[in-house]
Design a protein. Structure first.
Length: 660
């Protein structure tokens, strides 16, 4: 085997395994593993060997993804209950570059056979990492692009930097597997921040299957901004007054890890990772006395999209689906101790297949650690002057992905009081444009006097939350706070209260946040009761949110229909995983949640999946340049009558003489 290096990530090339027979053979000697354990590098190789040996995969085929085929929920629960074995399977998406056809395959690793091979007509699968680099090279070497650059007084092409953007669907595109190449210039060498020097009004369409430029749009010359925008230590004078903060756990961490299962305090869950979603949490449970109580069966990023609000020719079609079009999990960073994560760390690697089918490992893709989080609870009895105070700590599970110019950090937090929080941390470099010097853009923020600017845009995320609150049967209630009318029952006008409304069907469960009603949603177990006789529940609490500002007829809103509502609820269907559908790349739209929920299925007292859409509204600031300080977006899941009293009462007052 030989080492493989892709974008700084070290993997292992295990060969193509040609000539493997399709003889079925059961791997009776393999140890029993949990059905949700991610595929190993050996299993990726075996899946590829079986596909090649089946005769379905030829020389022109590229592997878009190979991932564990997760068993149905009932099979996972049966394994957890009594060890009932499940077949080990892999899902594969394969693109035949000879004819552009996309295939889905299911490979039984247990039986040693390809159990499904099916052509999926009329779709384009996710962009592969190799296509990012192909697009840049094709654009940089095209004579038509050179001619357009010469019009802008650019005659040296070594510094050309091309970001491949998905083509979207507007009804006027060229045929083929398309990417839109947008161009910047690295004017000060390879480490120069090219986003300081956009080549405005030049858009290059590349067919990555044909490996050629199919169209060049030149909407007129705008001077390329010349001022540097570098941010490395040699470009700035660092502060000199910071002193170290040391985080140590001399007795080790309070969590344990067995394979991909994590136990911390009273929490127990499994860590998963997929090419499309990135980090996944499985079978999240909380130990309450002698009971282990389920909360979530599966929680993951379902889809995300970044719609830009600038109608200028270079920017009007910027709306990347970073999960469904780019496979954001494959863009995960290898994390660094002391920088991305701080403290006593446990890392999980992520194992994928590259386009050739070779296993590719991203080391340290997921970071697991504890951190202090201030006060957990406190009270001082002012009569006795006795104080009880507890420090809070939380468990952090995170990964960070670089998608072109942007970085996205995805963080799950588990707390000692039963709360679960999800937070996206947005940083990196804004996607820039240029206007003629002396001009102010109407749909963005001017960043310097050279005409550099950043267009207004939003970042939208949709989370798929498969709840199992005290069992698989749940209902969802919308909780609004209402002001009582004046009258004898409200003589001073001070009365307000919460009102619960059951969301009974899919269409009725398409809801939006309402700050004027302090709205949140409860996921309720109809069968379990707390000490006061109420159903046990978890609440989904918004942490601020936005609405889409594109017009209703905009292509991006049709393709990312999940933006139309903040809350969606569907009955559990294993194959319904992605809010914008399985193949949003170059798709005309209408798939995913809008299509599924058109059936208006019942969602009360059944196994429900809650889909939550939230966004970050980014009207650019000068302070966001040249690298944006982290912005935050997310939500919390809080126990609401799930426990009979505070579950954090038993947190000790001190550990080794220190509070908490």
């Amino acid at each position: 085997m030989s080492p493989l290096v892709v974008n700084g990530v070290i993997g292992v090339s295990a060969g193509k395994g040609r000539g493997v027979t399709t003889t079925r053979h059961r791997l009776t000697s393999a140890p029993t593993v949990h059905p949700l354990e991610p595929l190993t590098a050996a299993e990726v190789t075996r899946a590829v060997d079986l596909l090649r040996g089946s005769g379905h995969v030829g020389d022109a085929c590229r592997f878009v993804s190979i991932v564990l085929r997760e068993p149905e929920k009932s099979a996972v629960l049966a394994f957890d209950a009594d060890g009932t074995a499940t077949a080990r399977e892999a899902d594969a998406i394969v693109l035949d570059t000879a004819d552009g056809k996309t295939y889905e395959a299911v490979v039984s690793l247990t039986d040693g056979a390809v159990s499904r091979w099916e052509h999926v007509p009329g779709v384009q699968p996710q962009v592969m990492l190799e296509e990012f680099f192909q697009c840049e090279e094709i654009v940089k070497s095209d004579p038509g692009v050179h001619e357009a650059l010469r019009k802008r007084d650019i005659t040296e092409f070594d510094g050309v930097m091309v970001d491949p953007w998905s083509a979207g669907h507007y009804g006027d595109e060229e045929q083929g597997r398309l990417l839109r190449g947008l161009i910047w210039m690295k004017m000060g060498g390879p480490d120069d921040n090219g986003y300081a020097h956009p080549v405005e009004n030049l858009v290059v369409y590349v067919d990555t299957q044909a490996k050629r430029v199919v169209k060049i749009e030149d909407h007129g010359v705008v001077p390329v901004p010349q001022r540097p925008g570098n941010y490395t230590p040699d470009a700035v004078a660092p502060r000199t007054d910071l002193r170290p903060i040391e985080i140590t756990q001399p007795q080790g961490t309070s969590f344990t890890v067995d394979g991909h299962e994590v136990r911390w305090q009273k929490w127990r869950f499994r860590v998963g990772f997929t090419p499309r979603e990135g980090l996944v949490l499985h079978t999240v449970r909380y130990t309450d006395g002698d009971r282990e109580r389920p909360v979530l069966h599966r929680a993951s990023l379902s889809e995300m999209v970044v719609p830009y609000g600038d109608p200028a020719p270079t920017h009007r079609r910027k709306n990347a689906f970073d999960a469904g079009e780019y496979n954001i999990g494959t863009l995960a960073n290898p994390l660094e101790l002391g920088c991305d994560c701080l403290g006593e760390i446990h890392y999980f690697d992520a194992v994928f297949a590259d386009a050739d089918g070779n296993p590719l490992t991203i080391p340290n893709a997921v970071c697991l650690h504890e951190e202090d989080y201030g006060l957990l609870w406190k009270h001082t009895d002012f009569r006795t002057e006795k104080t009880e105070v507890r420090r809070s700590r939380r468990l952090v599970v995170s990964f960070i992905a670089t998608v072109g110019n942007y970085e996205y950090g995805f963080f799950w937090y588990l707390y000692q009081d039963g709360t679960i929080q999800f937070e996206v941390k947005l940083t990196g470099i804004m996607s820039t444009g240029a206007v003629p010097p002396g001009t102010r853009p109407t749909h963005g923020q001017l960043l310097n006097a050279d005409g550099l600017y950043a267009p207004i845009h939003q970042h939208w995320f949709n989370m798929r939350l498969d709840f199992d609150v005290d069992g698989t049967a749940n209902s969802v209630y919308e909780v609004d706070t209402m002001t009582d009318p004046p009258g004898p029952d409200n003589p001073l006008g001070n009365a307000f209260r919460t009102v619960d409304t059951l969301l009974e069907t899919e269409r009725g469960a398409q809801r939006s946040v309402s700050p004027d009603r302090a709205r949140y949603w409860k996921i309720v177990s109809p069968d379990a009761r707390n000490a006061v006789g109420e159903p046990t529940a978890y609440a989904l609490k918004p942490h601020g949110n936005v609405v889409p500002f594109v017009r209703p007829e905009a292509s991006v809103l049709n393709r990312a229909g999940f933006m139309a509502h903040h809350l969606w609820v569907t009955p559990y269907e294993e194959q319904e995983r992605h809010a914008a559908g399985d193949y949003p790349n170059q798709h005309q739209g209408g798939d995913g949640l809008p299509r599924w929920t058109a059936a208006d299925r019942r969602v009360a007292d059944t196994d429900v999946v809650v889909w939550y859409s939230f966004g970050e509204h980014h009207a650019a600031r000068l302070e966001d340049w040249p690298v944006m300080p982290v912005q935050y977006a997310g939500f919390s899941l809080q126990p609401t009558g799930f426990f009979d009293q505070s579950p954090a009462l038993d947190v000790p007052r001190s550990v080794n003489g220190h509070c908490g």
